[in-house]
Design a protein around this ligand. Structure first.
Ligand code: IMP
Length: 422
């Protein structure tokens, strides 16, 4: 079976844990979009691992992990992760396959990301990992791909062309000195040498795996509302974070995907700027942030926190074709007297039950809430649905009613064992 895992909010829903659990049951785990802006935290056998590029499934012996063509790769970060895994005693030999068609993040992408953010009146709050500028070059047809790093003459030509134009822009628009060809050239050819043995035709590998009836897990990074098309544009990332990205980002036909599983936090969080209708006030946000350890895995930035927004998650279910939902961090709601779920928005006297695509409307929208009583019991040791407090069960069934989707997994802690399967 070929399954896509997607975030239904703004990323950081806890996909890493779901992927880690499901990885045991599949043969291949594949990243299809984004880059080192992502950060999956996985706790396995008491040890915490943070992954930015390599699928977290690499922790499972014998599984093959792929980085698809839709991903943008910062080679220095990737090499650091590879070395980190080998020094933790995890053997990845023959188990990491990288598409030669994936685009490469270069030093000028990262600096441009930072300089552009500095100049914008409406900041996006990017991770400054060079993601937007790298995808821009891909679409502009001047990007450099992993395969180019293997050929000194091809790489030289492309890098020279890029620097000719970019150095002008750096100097004239940003007052930045620009980049020296030979520095980048040498550094990246070295990366190419290091990574050469991992490059593989991932598209063929996965299509063959499907023919051989193997199971594949496609892991989405970020979340639906950071998707370049369907997210809260322009406060989004630059890739297709919805399930469709799994096809364009790997070369697998949509008819080969069997199931889409959505992941949602029991409340909402967002890093960076942009509309967030159910956002808590400062004091409650701080309380929940500390309770839920809501700090970015990549940048360490404090995450903004709010109530569960069923309008958004319903939209995510539609956009992605989600048939099952995992609810994460349910235990973080323990001890709250009252819990709210957003069921619509009020804007200029009108009620919206569907997500308005106009960011202006979304920014000015006041949430319409359904109030529910909380529970005082600790749920972190609960392993069976029937043992959850009554009010926790009724919160979950209200979510199911409102979202019209089945909840199949509930997470009550960071370890694999802290999970309720339904
Ligand atoms: P970029 O992807 O670095 O360009 O950042 C664009 C927006 O997406 C910013 O609001 C980031 O905070 C957000 N973002 C990017 N990656 C992640 C992620 O993995 N989790 C949560 N937010 C992210």
């Amino acid at each position: 079976m070929n399954i896509v895992i997607v975030g239904t909010q703004w990323g950081d829903e806890g996909k890493g844990k779901v992927i880690d659990i499901l990885s045991e049951k599949v043969d291949y785990i594949v990243r299809y979009q984004g880059g080192s802006n992502a950060g999956h935290t996985v706790v396995a056998e008491g040890k915490e691992y943070i992954f930015h590029l390599i699928p977290s499934g690499i922790l499972h012996k014998g599984k093959v992990c792929c980085i698809g063509n839709g991903v943008v790769i910062d080679p220095s970060m990737l090499i650091k992760e590879i070395k980190g895994l080998s020094s933790a005693g995890i053997n990845i030999s023959g188990r990491l396959k990288i598409s030669p068609l994936a685009h490469v993040i270069l030093p000028y992408h990262k600096i441009l990301d930072e300089l552009r953010e500095g100049k914008r009146a409406n900041k996006i709050g990017t991770t400054k990992r060079g993601i937007g500028p790298c995808y821009s070059d891909k679409i502009n047809r001047c990007g450099i791909r992993m395969i180019d790093l293997l050929s000194p003459s091809v790489f030289k030509g492309k890098l020279k062309d890029n620097l000719k134009e970019k150095n002008e822009i750096f100097k004239k628009v940003y007052g930045h000195a620009g980049f020296v060809f030979s520095d980048i050239y040498k550094e990246y050819l070295n990366y190419g040498r290091f990574l050469r043995s991992y490059l593989f035709n991932v598209t063929y590998l996965l299509n063959k795996a499907i023919d051989d009836k193997k199971d594949i897990l496609f892991e989405g990074a970020q979340g639906t509302f950071l998707d370049i098309d369907f997210g809260t544009y322009p406060f989004v990332t630059s890739s297709s974070a919805t399930s469709g990205g799994a096809c364009t980002g790997t070369g697998i036909s949509p008819v080969k995907i069997d199931k889409i599983i959505g992941v949602a936090k029991a409340y909402s969080t967002r890093v960076g700027e942009g509309p967030f209708p159910t956002e808590f006030d400062d004091a409650f946000a701080q309380f929940m942030r500390n309770k839920g350890h809501e700090f970015g895995a990549t940048t360490g930035r404090p995450r903004r926190c709010g109530w569960f927004d069923s309008v958004m998650v319903r939209e995510a279910i539609l956009l992605n074709g989600i048939s099952q939902l995992a609810i994460m961090k349910m235990d973080i709601l323990d001890g709250l007297k009252n819990i709210k779920m957003c069921t619509g928005y009020r804007y200029k006297g009108k009620i919206f039950r569907q997500l308005p695509y106009d960011a202006q409307v979304l920014s000015g929208a006041r949430p319409v809430y359904q109030n529910m009583p909380g529970w005082s019991q600790n749920t972190s040791r609960v392993r069976r649905y029937k043992d959850l407090p009554v009010n926790a069960k009724s919160y979950l069934s209200r979510l199911e009613d409102s979202l019209k989707v089945r909840i199949s997994m509930i997470s009550v802690g960071s370890s694999r064992k802290d999970t309720i399967f339904i």
